[in-house]
Each structure stands twice: as C-alpha cells, then as structure tokens.
Design a binder for this molecule. Structure first.
Ligand code: SF4
Length: 337
C-alpha cells in the first residue's frame, strides 16, 4: 500500500469542508489509487503527510499557477515523485484513459453534486480561450452516468461547448431523464440554440440558471434570436444568465451595450473579468482593472436599476479622468461598490 498525497493548489488554506469546488482530476486519481489499495490524503494545507510515496498537485486557476509550481519544486527537491497538472501549468496533459473514465471519489470533498464532461473541445477558436489548444475539436467523451453518483441530486456539466457536441441531443435527453437539477457550468453557446435543442433544454431542470455566453458585441443578433427561441420553448427570461467577458478587447461602451441588450430581454448578466493565461500575457484592457471590478459589482446579480448607478459612476469617472482633482479616483469608485 502506497501513501498518495493529493494537493489542491487552488484551495490552499481552505478547509475541505468549506470547499465547494472539487478538483476533478484529483478526485479521479483518488478513486483509482483507492482501487489499487493505496492510502489517499487530500491536502489543502491543513493536512501533512511526512513521506508520501507519490504526490499529485492539481491547479485550475491561472492565478494559482505560481503557488502550484512552488509546491512542485519543493517535493522535487526532496526527491519525492511528484506530478503537476491543470490548465495553467500543463495545458496539453491529460489523465490516462483508465483514470479519465472512472467514477470520481466524491468522498474526498463533501460536495452534494456530481461533475464531469460529456464532451470536450470546441468548434470555435476564441482568442482568449485555451480550450482549442487543450482539448482540440469537439468530441463526445462520456455518458452522464459515468460520473453521476446515485446519491447526488445535482449535476454540474463542465463541457466546453455542449450544444456543439455530436451527441448533444442524447446528452440532454439523459439529463432530462435523470432525477437531478443541472448546472451547465461553463456556459452554453447561444449561437447554436435551435427550436429542437431549446425544447430539450427546457425538459431539464436548471439548479439556478441556464448559463450562456455573450463575450462580444459581434454576436448580438444571435444572442437576441437565441433568447427568443428559448422563450418560445417555454424557458423564462429569469432562468437565463449570460457570462460577459470584459477587459479583453471590448471597451466600456461595448460592455454597457451588451449589458443593456441583456436587460432589455430581462435576463441576468454575469460579467467575467479577463485574466491572462498563466500571467504570461499582459491584460489587454481598455479601462483599468479597478473600474472593471466596479462594473462587475454593479452589474452582477443586480436589478435593472443598477444600470443607472453604473452610468452615474461612469460620468464621474470620465469627469475625473479629464480633470484630475485632489480626490483620488479610487475613493470615488469605492462609493459605488
Ligand atoms: S466558444 Fe467557448 S469553449 Fe469554444 S473557443 Fe470560444 S470561449 Fe472557448
């Protein structure tokens, strides 16, 4: 029996009981090693294994890559076998097939939901996205039953572009027939909504929202058409939420425009601030990060009235920019957070 240490670099210092987002690769590795009779320990900084036989470090978020690398170097220096994985540090590395398709060990984190991919890859090549590089073209990988635990009543689908999957319809039917609510966590592609898949989506029960993406004003027509198709299938506007990428290559005015379009249709807007992959690329911003944070705070999960708050903030911001005064801009912005 070997001592296996799993390290979740995204949640260092966070008690696993309070961590709502398991690292999928680690819970699959855990399941496989337990099948081999090994002893598996998950560490988020609270647990130490003095001399593990093998260490796996998982990282998902780019801003934690440096932390993961530091831990990796530490074990390497001690001559302990160590593997490092995750989008920001090893974008083209995948789990071996016999581990990839295992039922994850949900005991490792106390999550009440199952999570996984039914397809990977994408038909598009958005400039800000690592999926085409990491996963390649869209392909079906699994039925939901491969990772849906019988005791769970919620399913988190992590597919990069589920509606582009060659088995999208079968997958939606599987979800509709399972006794679960579903979170299409990575966002669905509004450009691929048709009356047929809208009907299938309506037959599933979202945990909170049906999530879509509206990352550029160039797809406004398809966004509006897609919303109408979903509504005609019986989905209510308040069940729809749109991720809006900000700070990549749109201006504040374009972000406001997208926000107004979404509010016109009475659907939720969820701004996501662009973060460069692995901090290797400087952020391409048309307005400073502090202002993007303000935009995000004003817009996220707030009622229509926030648009006036945001417009008021923007007027003050413009005024300050043109005529610098003794009052720092950050003080002005704080008042609107
Ligand atoms: S559609 Fe989504 S998954 Fe596909 S490349 Fe664009 S951002 Fe990435």
């Amino acid at each position: 029996m070997k001592e296996i240490l799993l390290i979740d670099a995204d949640h260092m210092g966070v008690d696993t009981a309070k961590n709502d987002y398991p690292n999928l690769a680690l819970i699959k590795l855990s399941a496989w090693h337990k099948q081999q009779g090994d002893n598996v320990t998950l560490s988020t900084g609270h647990t130490n294994v003095a001399t593990p036989d093998k260490v796996y470090i998982g990282v998902v978020f780019t801003w934690n890559a440096h932390k993961a690398l530091q831990i990796y170097q530490m074990y390497k220096a001690r001559n302990i076998p160590v593997r490092l994985g995750g989008y920001p540090v090893a974008p083209t590395t995948n789990l071996p097939q016999h581990i990839e398709h295992i039922m994850p060990d949900y005991n490792l984190y106390p999550t009440p939901y199952s999570l996984g991919f039914t397809s990977r890859g994408c038909i598009r090549k958005c400039s800000f996205c690592i999926v085409p590089l990491k996963e390649g073209h869209i392909h079906h990988v699994a039925s939901i039953h491969e990772f849906l635990h019988p005791q769970h009543t919620e399913l988190r689908i992590l597919d990069n572009n589920l509606l582009a999957s060659p088995k999208a319809h079968e997958t939606l039917e599987e979800i509709a027939q399972a006794p679960v609510t579903v979170d299409y966590n990575q966002g669905l592609d509004i450009r691929l909504v048709t009356p047929q898949n809208a009907k299938l989506l309506h037959a599933t029960t979202p945990t909170t929202y049906y999530r879509f993406s509206y990352d550029t004003p160039n797809i406004t027509k398809q966004v509006e058409k897609g919303i109408q198709t979903l509504i005609q299938a019986g989905i209510r506007p308040r069940q729809l939420s749109f991720y809006m990428l900000i700070g990549k290559d749109t201006t504040f005015e374009q972000d406001m425009y997208r926000f107004k379009i979404l509010k016109k249709h009475r659907v939720n807007a969820y701004p996501m601030i662009y973060k460069p992959i692995g901090n290797m690329e400087p952020p391409i911003t048309n307005y400073p990060t502090a202002n993007m944070e303000t935009f995000k705070k004003c817009v996220s999960q707030t009622p229509l009235s926030s648009i006036f708050k945001l417009a008021r903030w923007y007027n003050i911001y413009e005024e300050r920019r043109k005529t610098p005064t003794k009052t720092p801009l950050t003080t002005t912005l704080t008042a609107f957070k």
